[in-house]
Design a protein around this ligand. Structure first.
Ligand SMILES: *Cc1c(COP(=O)(O)O)cnc(C)c1O
Length: 258
């Protein structure tokens, strides 16, 4: 197993410290400006570890626990097989951690035919966007045993981009209503990936729009949708100001992906 050099480990610890500091100052600024929602300072970080070696995850988990012991350590994976092998490999690298010390979210596009691999392995699916996926999850929850309910967020194609997955904003209400037919899935909020422009401020209107959509869905459907998963390395401060409860950061925590 290729180990990391001392410099590489130091770099990862520095990155974690810097992301945590940026999170804290964005949450504080948002609260001062009256932009933050109640409880926004409790926003949760998910480290997006796709295409990063497991040795880096081990160092990041250690730095996270040392620097922010009150926060959960959560990794987000985008490819189901890669995610499952990394879960196993990380357990071997961190044999002294109790199994619940590291948590896992699924943040990539999940094909319906892979749905059976998810339950019991990933506590939150960020990207529920089709009834066929819901149907396959429901089926595998029934037969799979271990987990009774899969928590999920609805991915909304907030920029209405042809090439992106996600439910169209105007279809979100009907989609959530249709999910009532699948009791093994519990919906906890919305997720988005706004158009990529290279300028963080360009994301703000999309984050604002996702929050407005969430608020109107809560009113119209009479449901609680507490989570907004939005914001990545380049724009997570803006997302926090606009009410993100979960931010998903990859590059700024791990460095460039392979
Ligand atoms: C890769 C990815 C991220 C992280 O992106 P960075 O720019 O590396 O922070 C966040 N969310 C999703 C859904 C991703 O696929």
């Amino acid at each position: 197993m290729p180990g990391l050099t001392a410099e590489e480990e130091q770099d990862l610890r520095g990155r974690m410290a810097s992301v945590l500091a940026r999170m804290q100052s964005a949450s504080r600024k948002a609260a001062e400006a009256g932009l933050a929602l109640a409880g926004n300072e409790k926003a949760v970080l998910v480290a997006i570890s796709k295409r990063q070696p497991v040795e880096k995850l081990a160092v990041v988990a250690g730095a996270w626990k040392a620097l922010a012991p009150d926060q959960p350590v959560i990794f987000g994976e985008n490819y189901i097989q890669e995610g499952i092998s990394k879960q196993e490999a990380l357990r071997e690298l961190l044999p002294n951690d109790p199994p619940a010390a590291v948590r896992w979210h699924f943040t990539g596009h999940l094909q319906s035919n892979k749905a059976k691999l998810l339950p019991g392995r990933f506590e939150l699916l960020h990207t529920l966007d089709s009834l066929s996926l819901a149907q396959n999850l429901q089926k595998n929850m029934r037969t799979g045993g271990a987990t009774a309910v899969q928590k999920a967020l609805i991915q909304v194609n907030i920029g209405e981009e042809a090439q992106k997955s996600g439910v169209a904003p105007e279809d979100a209400a009907a989609f959530i209503k249709a999910l009532a037919a699948f009791p093994a899935i519990s919906v906890h909020g919305l997720m988005c990936l706004p158009p990529i422009t290279g300028r963080a401020e360009d994301s703000r209107p999309f984050f604002y729009r996702l929050r407005q959509l969430r608020d109107s869905l809560e009113r119209n459907l009479g449901l609680a949708l507490p989570h907004l998963s939005m914001g990545m390395s380049q724009d997570f401060e803006i997302a926090l100001e606009e009410g993100a409860s979960i931010i998903r950061v990859g590059t700024d925590l791990f460095g460039e992906r392979k």
